[in-house]
Design a protein around this ligand. Structure first.
Ligand code: ADP
Ligand code: MG
Length: 220
């Protein structure tokens, strides 16, 4: 059985919670290599997502992500707003009107999201951006699905790879976005967008564990 709209809504709610809880941390990450607003931007954006979900409850996972995309595009601002907006919109489009998303559909959505970020921001792997979290997440998710993982397993693999990818931005010199303005001095700091991507994918996995009960024998 795949993941339904309940999971998608739970994911977005856990995302909002994570952005609120990590607001200061994301601001701190954006201080030395940016303009200290990433935590604020993401928290504001996900509060708008919550409001939108409340106003008109979505009926499919795709509709939930589409609503989130619209809120993120209009409320996050900065570089991250259009990038996350595009990512969520592309993921939503990959699901169409499906009521249920399986492991394959999750891989397709992650890939569509990553491709959207790349199309919009033109960053490559290693440029010290959120792509450095998205791309390993896509690859790990695909590998997990190919070896028979269920949706929870796919999302857990994606989250773990995104966390590793975000940590791996620490020594890199930024070549895209505001962080590239500080040049060599960007080395030694984690990219805030890669860090927020890892938090959002961890929220997706946590919501999936919640909606399927458990990864174990009682998950039917
Ligand atoms: P701003 O840089 O406008 O202040 P934010 O602080 O909200 O916006 O977001 C910064 C994050 O956006 C960076 O940490 C990076 O991950 C991401 N980012 C910036 N430019 C790009 C790009 N061209 N491609 C991919 N991600 C990018
Ligand atoms: Mg910033």
């Amino acid at each position: 059985m795949g993941l339904d709209v309940g999971w998608a809504v739970d994911w977005l709610k856990l995302s909002a919670k994570a952005m609120a809880e990590h607001r200061v941390e994301l601001i701190e990450l954006d201080r030395p290599i940016g303009d200290s607003d990433h935590g604020e931007n993401m928290d504001r954006g996900f509060q708008a997502v919550l409001q939108k979900l409340d106003e008109s409850p979505p009926e499919t996972p795709g509709a939930a992500l589409k609503a989130a995309a619209m809120a993120l595009m209009s409320k996050v601002g900065g570089a991250a707003g259009p990038l996350y907006g595009t990512a969520y919109l592309r993921a939503a489009t990959s699901w169409g009107a499906a009521t249920d998303v399986d492991a394959e559909a999750l891989v397709a959505a992650l890939e569509a999201a990553r491709d959207g970020v790349v199309a919009r921001g033109k960053a490559e792997l290693g440029d010290k951006t959120m792509v450095d979290a998205w791309t390993p997440a896509v690859e790990a998710a695909r590998k997990a699905a190919e070896s028979g993982a269920d949706p929870v397993g796919v999302l857990e693999a994606a989250a773990e790879a995104a966390e590793t990818g975000a940590a791996a931005t620490d020594p890199l010199v930024a070549r895209k976005g505001r962080a590239s303005y500080v040049g060599e001095r960007s080395a030694g700091h984690r990219d805030p967008g890669a860090a927020s991507t890892a938090l959002l994918l961890r929220a997706a996995a946590a919501a999936a564990v919640g909606s399927t009960g458990d990864q174990g024998a009682d998950a039917v």
